[in-house]
Design a protein around this ligand. Sequence first.
Ligand SMILES: [Zn+2]
Length: 304
Amino acid sequence: MRKYSHVIVIGIDGAGAYIKDAITPNFDKIFKDGAKTFDALASNPTISAECWGSMLLGVGPEVHKLTNGIVSNNPYPTDSAFPSVFRRIRDIYPNAVLGSYCDWNPITYGIIENGIGVSHDTAKDFQLTPIICDYIRETHPDFLFIQFDSVDGAGHRNGYGTAAHLESITHADKLVGDIYNTAKEALDMEETLFMVIADHGGANNENGGGSHGGWTDSEKYVTFAAVGKNVKSGNIGTMNIRDLAAIVLYAFGIEPPKFDENGWTAQIPEGIFTDDSLPEYKDISHLTGAAPRISKTPHTSELV
Ligand SMILES: [Zn+2]
């Protein structure tokens, strides 16, 4: 059974878990009573195509095998054995309004099937946001995926967790607020599942810049937050970013493929929905080579 009429995901590239260190009044307000974690595990390697691919396909990089080069140069095949959540939704809901608005356009081009009726546009995040807000007002989308890239750019240029990087997160937070407030005006929020996620964090170089792709804590632990009518309030336990695919399908009442260590590995983390019919979450940290870290103490921004 379909649970939500609208699902909105805002992905903030390179934000890692740093959202908890930045000034983010919109994030704090939106997810005050929502479910969140700053310890969701990214995909290994912590690179954009690998990570966004995991989230939209529900399988890890060891299965989807996407890289930045591949997604930049090849449209995602419409006959892939690992369809994106967009194709899975389209197959069940032929008339669903689907949108992908990404600052880094290779996501829309190389991770989502082309030609399945997904509205899209690309621009710098601050230019893209008003376009997204118009799209929400005009079409009331069923599923809307957004990716902002400027935070990762700031991390590469200035180092992750630096004042400039945290300031870029505050800018992105303003855009998150613009989108949330537009959704509040245009959509029935009782029927909307609203989420924010990061793909990876970063690590700093000796020369003052930053990069990512490795498996240090600051690269591999990321933010995820959700709010909606049956979303729990509090800290989410173990989560992997590829679980986003299972969460999106759940909202549409679409049965996910059967869990398979060599294929579909997205699951619904235990701390998200107040629904006891969900299967038990399996610890699959051996598939990423890292033990999931469960936060025992609340982070500062959760106390605000
Ligand atoms: Zn990235």
